[in-house]
Design a protein around this ligand. Structure first.
Ligand code: AMP
Ligand code: FE
Ligand code: FE
Ligand code: ZN
Length: 287
């Protein structure tokens, strides 16, 4: 493990770059975090760790600490579940196999959705490629950006509410593991799994799934997030207190792709310290 260092708050542990569906390169994401007054930030692109090196260099050059992370795609029945993983080993075979499989499926699925949309609207695969950085984890946000560029919708929000909605004829599901597998994969790689935006519009997962995730090594919940809502949030607060779990708060910044701004929710120094102490897979990048 890397030598001991220290971090300073305020800390925002959920930000996206153009290595997935954010609109800025990792260095620009760290610069935006710094401008917002943050001193510790995590890069958590969907299903990839490819932005860690650039983010680490940018963060430390700004005097910030980087917590390397990822937001792993999972699904329980019809609903998508996002598992944040911090400080896991990026070369772990289980992580590599799972993220490779998800990203491959995402590519096939994006092509299929583009094909379906292209039957009715003026949209081609090249339009999506033009919106996707080389090697990035592709997703519906890139299809949305292509639709915007073609003048077919106003913004990502309009695309998600219509053409890209799961209820749309154009929608294709991606392969995603069940949440227990996703949690176990992060934990087995020495990382710290935290459920992202756990009290969003879909409401809480069934108790038996939550219990199984905790048994598989789930460390806590992202209770500070603009998409969380009562009464689900109150139930999670009670669970977290009962089991002394880790609680985070974060922005889920996506650059220009979402209104979320760095630092709109933050994580306490105590909780950041608990995440660092629990992890064995990789170390924070200290300035
Ligand atoms: P996908 O994983 O490809 O199905 O796409 C889901 C991603 O789209 C999530 O990671 C969100 O960041 C993004 N997303 C979902 N809804 C919206 C929205 N209304 N506006 C912008 N981005 C969204
Ligand atoms: Fe996203
Ligand atoms: Fe998410
Ligand atoms: Zn996210």
């Amino acid at each position: 493990m890397a030598p001991h260092g220290t971090f300073r708050g305020p800390s925002d542990l959920h930000l996206h770059s153009d290595h997935s569906d954010g609109t800025e390169p990792p260095a620009a994401v760290m610069a935006a975090a710094h401008r917002a007054g943050l001193r510790t930030a995590a890069l958590t692109d969907h299903d990839t760790t490819s932005g860690w090196a650039e983010a680490g260099e940018a963060a430390t050059s700004l005097g910030m600490t980087l917590l390397p992370g990822m937001e792993l795609s999972a699904r329980h029945e019809w609903r998508s579940v996002h598992v944040l993983g911090y400080l896991f080993d990026p070369d772990d075979a289980g992580v590599r196999a799972l993220t490779d499989r998800i990203r491959t499926s995402r590519l096939t699925r994006a092509r299929e959705m583009a094909e379906r949309i292209g039957r009715d609207l003026d949209l081609t695969w090249e339009d999506i490629e033009a919106q996707t950085a080389e090697g990035a984890t592709v997703g519906r946000p890139h299809l949305a950006d292509a639709l915007v560029a073609k003048g077919l919708v106003r913004d990502r929000g309009e695309a998600f509410a219509g053409i890209l909605h799961p209820g749309s004829d154009y929608y294709v599901a991606l392969y995603a593991p069940d949440p227990v597998t996703a949690v176990a994969t992060i934990a087995d790689a020495g990382g710290v799994p935290i459920i992202a935006h756990p009290a969003g519009r879909a409401g809480l997962l069934p108790d038996r799934v939550t219990t199984a995730m905790l048994d598989a090594g789930l460390a806590g919940f992202e209770l500070g997030h603009r998409e969380n809502a009562e009464p689900a949030l109150a139930r999670l607060r009670a669970l977290v207190a009962r089991r002394d779990l880790i609680v985070t708060g974060s922005s889920d910044y996506h650059g220009a792709g979402k209104p979320n701004q760095p630092g709109e929710f933050t994580t306490s120094d105590d909780m950041v310290a608990r995440i660092i102490a629990r992890a064995t897979g990789s170390a924070p990048v200290f300035p």
